[in-house]
Design a protein around this ligand. Structure first.
Ligand code: PA5
Length: 427
């Protein structure tokens, strides 16, 4: 993985180096705010091996008796999994060992109704994932889907098809699992939702799908090797955090994560949650948005090229493209494309990316480049770890606690009041 900052004016970066290194020390020495949620830093090497084996066994059982695993969860309890799932699935032939279908990540009745209809004649299991065990969206989805599963297979067999990932000791899901005897996996106390893809939260559904979780862990280990180095010039995660803060103080309130491969779409969704929930506090923070190019060059591209100059871009590119699709010569050339005959699609896509960067930089948009080797488990594990260290450093530089999300509670309070939940009458 390579990061390139050549299209950012870093003449003032020296001013941010000390602050970035202090923030990095606070993170790594675990002596800042939110320091009880830093279990993800060493998790690539320090994890529960017994549970890791149990994940593989449960995944094998799911593969043996189910075509579908319904993965119920919201926010950090599904986005990392969805990101790697989507990145590693064929666009048209889903050849996964088990197809992952997501539920409980919104409150749409029509989504749930259509899902219940779709799974009627399918063999499926359920993995309900909620650290708190009380989040409304997954709780409602689980109530519907558990009933459907019990009606289909009977209560006893249904119990063997329900996998619960939740807190080790507390919460409604934990008590329900104990009462019903569901197999449970742990969301570690010291890992917050948006950092939890490396735990059973991501690993169980991904392993059931057929993703190589050993390689995914290897990627995290490589990330840990590279991005816990205490050296500003050698650690690009610290530098990325410093540059983000420098740009933010220079009126760049929006960061756009850009990709040129549709498979990276949900990596951007995971990234948006990571940065928004970590930094958006005390009326501060860079607003993270994403575009999928070249598609969005024909929509949001206009705004990036020519709109208000308060944005910068971080482009996520992929080094290896194995599609080998070459544009052929056409004797009539009515479409006028013979000038690129003999060129591969990947060449054309890369020139579109390079051309766009030149245009945007000329238009006053600073540009950071992140290149991963491949769209695979290892590269994505490494990329996730890079962003996690970067957001920790960046959040501390900004002066917020990057590891809580107090703002998420506000909508719940107002929703519960409107729904008539006991205890919320006078909120
Ligand atoms: O990152 C976070 O902590 C949140 O996005 C949570 O993952 C999300 O709110 C879901 O919470 P829970 O797993 O408790 O259901």
């Amino acid at each position: 993985m390579r990061i390139d900052f050549k299209n950012v004016d870093i003449s003032n970066l020296k001013d941010y180096e000390k602050k970035a290194m202090d923030a990095f020390d606070t993170l790594i020495n675990k002596n800042g705010e939110g320091n009880d949620f830093l279990g993800w830093i060493d998790r690539p090497v320090d994890y529960d091996k017994e549970e890791y084996d149990r994940i593989k066994k449960a995944a094998a059982k799911i593969q043996s008796d189910s075509d579908i695993l319904i993965t119920i969860g919201i926010g950090g309890s599904y986005l990392g999994c969805k990101a790697l799932d989507y990145a590693t699935t064929n666009y048209f032939f889903d050849d996964s060992k088990v197809k992952l279908i997501y539920a409980g990540n919104q409150l749409s009745g029509s989504y749930l109704k259509e899902l219940l209809e779709y799974i009627k004649d399918k063999d499926y299991s359920i993995n309900v994932i909620s650290k708190s065990g009380t989040t409304t969206e997954p709780a409602i989805a689980f109530r519907f889907l558990r009933k459907a599963l019990e009606e289909k297979y009977g209560k006893e067999e249904a119990k063997t098809r329900i996998y619960v990932t939740t807190d080790k000791k507390k919460g409604a899901l934990k008590s329900l699992s104990e009462k019903e005897g569901y197999e449970t996996f742990v969301v570690p106390d010291d890992i917050g939702g948006r950092f939890s893809v490396i735990s059973a939260v991501g690993l169980l559904p991904l392993c059931a799908k057929g993703v190589d979780i050993d390689k995914f862990m290897d990627g995290f280990r490589k990330g840990r090797e590279d991005y816990t180095i205490k050296d500003f010039d050698k650690n690009d995660a610290i530098k990325y955090a410093a540059i983000r803060n420098m740009l933010y103080e220079n009126d760049h309130a929006i960061e756009v994560l850009v990709n040129y491969e549709p498979k990276l779409k949900y990596i951007s969704e995971w990234w948006k949650q990571l940065f928004a929930e970590s930094e958006g506090k005390d009326h501060k923070g860079i607003f993270p948005v994403s575009v999928n190019n070249t598609t969005d060059l024909h929509s949001l591209g206009q705004m990036i090229q020519d709109g208000q100059r308060n944005i910068f871009e971080t482009v996520l590119s992929v080094k290896n493209d194995n599609s080998n699709l070459e544009i052929e010569e056409d004797s009539e050339n009515l479409d006028g494309l013979n000038y690129i005959a003999g060129k591969s699609m990947s060449f054309v896509n890369s020139k579109a990316m390079e051309g766009t960067i030149i245009a945007h930089v000329n238009g006053g948009v600073d540009n950071i480049m992140i290149e991963i080797d491949d769209i695979d488990e290892k590269s994505i594990g490494e990329l996730f770890y890079f962003f996690e260290i970067a957001v920790g450093v960046s959040g501390y530089m900004l002066g917020v606690n990057p590891f809580n999300q107090p703002g998420v509670e506000e909508y719940k309070t107002q929703m519960f009041k409107l729904l008539g939940k006991p205890g919320y009458e006078n909120k």
